[in-house]
Structures are given as structure tokens and as C-alpha cells.
Design a protein around this ligand. Structure first.
Ligand code: NAD
Ligand code: DAU
Length: 351
């Protein structure tokens, strides 16, 4: 094998697309997927590549420093692509400590394992996958650039901001070669249905209320997950050490407009009369401290690495809806167990 790469969080939503892309496109790399399979991790996301000779799964917790150190010793990783995290803002409002533990302590544990195991840093790379939420919330105008000051507003984004700072501190203090990217909202197959788009698809399909926070006027910039995985591939291979790249979809939408669009698309696909699903829209109590708008200026990655999103939003949404409609069993599996109690408690309604 030419290279051995550690991907953390590879059984999650974005991680599974990254693992699939690397295992398929780089047969001469060994891809080690490290994941402790929380409620959000699911090995069924990787069924199509699990038997590949260049793929290995390891069930470990990134917070366990001793295990991380021995894993680095065993595999002599050339690089790390670090995605493992607690990723849902609503859960961070309910239980911030879990986010501090995984996102901050877990990242520092991995950085420390790299520091103590890598004898020299030649050709090595620690790539941290982060979020645009570290920059805070925008008004109606403006975009986040790579030099926008950090201003995280939720426990989730504060934990991601802190982990970004630790990644840069390990570069500055110990010389670990790092690279970071901060991406906007992803959507696509295998996303856990606690996040806006898959939650709405699932509820429309099951004729359940569609809980829109506040007035539905918050704005997010949406990117198809495979476009993010392609950006990660480019940055891992061609991004400059110590640099940060913002990744976005040039695709801003108000939440309520997305929910209405999903209703229209699903009415057609499910042969329901026009206007049926939008009757399910229910305005609910707003998220505490709800960031108003995120928007990414992704011109650096475009100009330096030639990356641009490839899918139009409606095309991506159609692919996503079709995937969820065709993968009912996956949805049933991930919505059994913890999901029902989370849902009932969070939305204070019938699951
Ligand atoms: P996800 O919640 O779907 O997956 C996270 C994965 O990490 C899961 O497989 C989980 O089992 C694993 N994990 C959690 N704690 C772990 C631990 N202690 N040890 C080992 N594995 C652990 O998340 P996602 O949406 O795929 O996000 C992946 C990364 O990308 C995160 O770092 C997130 O902050 C970042 N990000 C996400 C988005 C988005 O829109 N989803 C956008 C920008 C950045
Ligand atoms: O911007 C990148 C971030 O995008 C990532 O770092 C996070 O990991 C990811 O979860 C996502 O965060 P958001 O909070 O923006 O995503 P979420 O899907 O939870 O919510 C999107 C918008 O939809 C947000 O304004 C809240 C709103 N919403 C969400 C849910 C779950 C609702 O109105 N109703 C809902 O039921």
C-alpha cells in the first residue's frame, strides 16, 4: 500500500461518503475507518465497500488516548482525516458536555497521538473537518471568509471552534502539519433523520407534522454531500499545510422555502394531490440562540484548487429524496432505539 490513512467518524453521514470515495478511487491506499458507532454511526452506510481489500474498520473511541496511540503505532498512518464528532446543534443545547468530550477532548487526544507517534512530520498531514458555524451568525448581507473572526454561538459550534484552535495550536507549538476546512450544511443519502432535510422527508412520507422552528426564516447554504467529499479529497491531496479552506454551495435557502419545496417534490413522487404535504407544516418553538444566517464565500478553494459544487440543488434534492424512498429499511433501522425517545422529548409530540 502506498499510503495508510486514518478516517475518523467514517460510519457517519459525511465520513461514509469520504471513506467510499477514498476506498474506491485510491486502491493503493489502506483506509482505516475509526468510529465508536454512536447513535449516528452505522456500518450499513458502508456495505458496498466493507469487503474491499484496502478497507479496515476499527471500533474505538477517539477520546481514549492510549488506544489512539497504539493504533498510530500499529498502522504508522501517513495522514488523518478527522470527522468524528457530535454533530447536532439541538443535542448540544440539551447536553453540551458530550460535545466538549468528543469534539474537544477527542480531537486533542488524536492530535496528541499523532504528536507522540510521528517521529518526523515529512509527508504527514492532519486534516480537521470543521464547520462554518464557528464564524457565528450573519445578518441579511455578507459572507464568511477564511479570515472572518470566530464567534461561535451554540455549544456545538463553540466545541468545533475550540477543536479548530487546538489543531492550529498543535501546528504552531509542535509543528504537526495540519489543514482545515469549514463547510456549510450538507445534505444527501445516509444523513441521520434528526437534521432538517432527512427529517422532513421522513415525516412527509409518514404524514407526520413538519416542525419548522420559529418563523422558518433562518437561512442556510446547502451542499450535496458528495461535493463535500470531493472537496475533502482535493484539500487532503493538494491543500497547503497550515491553510484553511471554506467550502460552500453558493446555495442559500430559507428553511420554510426548503420545506415547501420538499413538500411539492414529494407530493409528485408519492402521487398525492398538489398541496397535500404542505398542510403538515407546523411552526414550533424556536431553537435557543438560533443562528440567523450562514453564507460561505468559497472563492479560495475555487481559485486555488479549482473546486466548485457540481449539482444544482433541485437535482441533489431529487437524488436525496429518491434514496430515502428506496431505503425504507435503513430509515427504520436508524429511527428505532434512541431516535423515538429523542424525537418525543425534543418535539414534545407523538413520534
Ligand atoms: P455524523 O453525526 O453523521 O457522524 C459522526 C460520526 O462520528 C458517527 O459515525 C459517530 O459514530 C462518530 N463518533 C462520534 N463520537 C465518536 C468518538 N468519540 N469516537 C469515534 N467516533 C465517534 O456527523 P456528520 O454530519 O457526518 O459530520 C461529520 C463531521 O463534519 C463533523 O466533524 C461535523 O462537525 C462536520 N461538519 C458537518 C456538516 C454537516 O452539514 N453535517 C457540515 C460541516 C461540517
Ligand atoms: O452549517 C454546518 C452545520 O450544519 C454543521 O456543522 C452541523 O453539523 C449540521 O448539523 C448543520 O447544522 P444546522 O443546525 O444548520 O442543521 P439542522 O439540519 O439541524 O438545521 C437546519 C436549519 O433547520 C436550522 O436553521 C434549524 C432548522 N430546523 C431544524 C430541524 C431539525 C427546523 O426548523 N426544524 C427542525 O426540526
Amino acid at each position: 500500500m502506498k499510503k495508510t490513512i486514518l478516517v475518523t467518524g467514517g460510519a457517519g453521514f459525511i465520513g461514509s461518503h469520504v471513506v467510499r470515495r477514498f476506498v474506491t478511487n485510491y486502491p493503493d491506499y489502506l483506509i482505516v475507518n475509526l468510529d465508536n458507532l454512536t447513535y449516528a454511526g452505522n456500518l450499513n452506510n458502508l456495505k458496498d465497500v466493507e469487503a474491499a481489500p484496502n478497507y479496515k474498520f476499527v471500533k474505538e473511541d477517539i477520546c481514549d488516548f492510549k488506544s489512539m496511540e497504539s493504533l498510530f503505532g500499529k498502522y504508522s498512518f501517513d495522514g488523518v482525516i478527522h470527522l468524528a464528532a457530535e454533530s447536532h446543534v439541538d443535542r448540544s443545547i440539551k447536553n453540551p458536555l458530550a460535545f466538549i468530550e468528543t469534539n474537544i477532548l477527542g480531537t486533542v487526544s488524536l492530535l496528541s497521538a499523532a504528536k507522540s507517534s510521528w517521529k518526523d512530520f515529512d509527508g504527514k498531514r492532519f486534516y480537521h473537518i470543521s464547520t462554518d458555524e464557528v464564524y457565528g451568525s450573519l445578518g441579511e448581507e455578507g459572507f464568511f471568509t477564511e479570515t472572518t473572526s470566530y464567534d461561535p454561538q451554540s455549544p456545538y459550534s463553540a466545541s468545533k471552534a475550540s477543536s479548530d484552535h487546538f489543531v492550529r495550536a498543535y501546528s504552531n507549538t509542535y509543528g504537526i502539519p495540519v489543514v482545515l476546512s469549514n463547510c456549510s450544511n450538507n445534505y444527501g443519502p445516509f444523513q441521520f433523520p434528526e437534521k432538517l432535510i432527512p427529517l422532513m422527508i421522513n415525516n412527509i412520507r409518514n404524514n407526520k407534522p413538519l416542525p419548522v422552528y420559529g418563523k422558518g426564516e433562518n437561512v442556510r447554504d446547502w451542499l450535496y454531500v458528495e461535493d463535500h467529499a470531493r472537496a475533502i479529497d482535493l484539500i487532503y491531496h493538494q491543500g497547503k499545510v497550515d491553510e484553511t479552506y471554506n467550502i460552500g454551495g453558493f446555495n442559500e435557502w430559507k428553511n420554510i422555502d426548503i420545506v415547501n419545496l420538499l413538500c411539492d417534490l414529494l407530493d409528485k413522487k408519492l402521487n398525492r394531490p398538489p398541496g397535500t404535504s404542505s398542510k403538515l407544516i407546523t411552526y414550533v418553538t424556536d431553537r435557543a440562540g438560533h443562528d440567523h444566517r450562514y453564507a460561505i464565500d468559497a472563492s479560495k478553494i475555487k481559485n486555488e484548487l479549482g473546486w466548485e459544487p457540481s449539482l444544482q440543488f433541485e437535482e441533489g434534492l431529487n437524488k436525496t429524496i429518491d434514496w430515502y424512498l428506496e431505503n425504507e429499511q435503513w430509515l427504520q433501522e436508524v429511527t428505532s432505539g434512541d431516535y423515538q425517545s429523542y424525537y418525543q422529548e425534543h418535539y414534545k409530540t407523538e413520534a
